[in-house]
Design a protein around this ligand. Structure first.
Ligand SMILES: [Mg+2]
Ligand SMILES: [Zn+2]
Length: 186
């Protein structure tokens, strides 16, 4: 199977302004797109990357939002992206809580594996892990990327020193991430 480069993105803190601690972003009026997001998404798409969002939304398990509400929010987001010339290939959500023992809540790699399966089933291509990146603003995003086996960017943190042959670096935001990824390509 042919393999292609993929960007896996966390949502809160990467695409939109995060909620206050212990709060959640569950509706469009509260969804504030961060600076540089449109430009970064266009850069990734124009350079041949597939783009997937992988987001933990424990608010669903806690009953603070329904799955339908979160899907509706993402529909508004997707429409907003389209108006700004941006495209995301898929959105994968972990709706579970800490105690659900699921295999998708980051730092587990399940959401990334779901995206890979979707890519294989629907487009007949798979992930070129050496050229792919997980970008997030928390350690659990970085760990999910490491557990899955791709390069990682931790926004606003200190990157892992794990020696797995992949790159684990930091960036200031999503656009800075895109610039670093594209500059570092061989
Ligand atoms: Mg986040
Ligand atoms: Zn889960």
């Amino acid at each position: 199977m042919k393999s292609i480069p993929v960007i896996f993105l966390d949502r809160d803190g990467v695409i939109n302004k995060p909620a206050k601690p212990h709060e959640y972003i569950t509706s469009w009026p509260d969804f504030v797109i961060l600076p540089g997001v449109y430009e970064a998404l266009r850069l990734f798409h124009d350079n041949g990357y597939k783009i997937f969002i992988a987001t933990n939304q424990r608010c669903i398990s806690r009953g603070l939002a329904s799955r339908e509400q979160i899907d509706a929010l993402h529909e508004r987001m997707t429409e907003d992206f389209a108006r700004n010339g941006c495209f995301v290939d898929g959105i994968f959500i972990c709706p579970h809580g800490y105690d659900d023992d699921c295999d998708c809540r980051k730092p587990k790699p399940g959401l990334l594996l779901q995206a890979q399966k979707w890519l294989e089933d629907s487009e007949g291509v798979t992930v070129d892990k050496t050229q792919s990146w997980m970008i997030g603003d928390s350690k659990s995003d970085e760990e999910a990327g490491i557990n899955y086996g791709v390069n990682t960017i931790l926004i606003g943190g200190e990157s892992s020193s794990v020696d797995d042959g992949m790159k684990h670096i930091t960036a200031n935001n999503i656009l800075d991430s895109a610039v670093k990824i594209l500059e570092g390509r061989n």
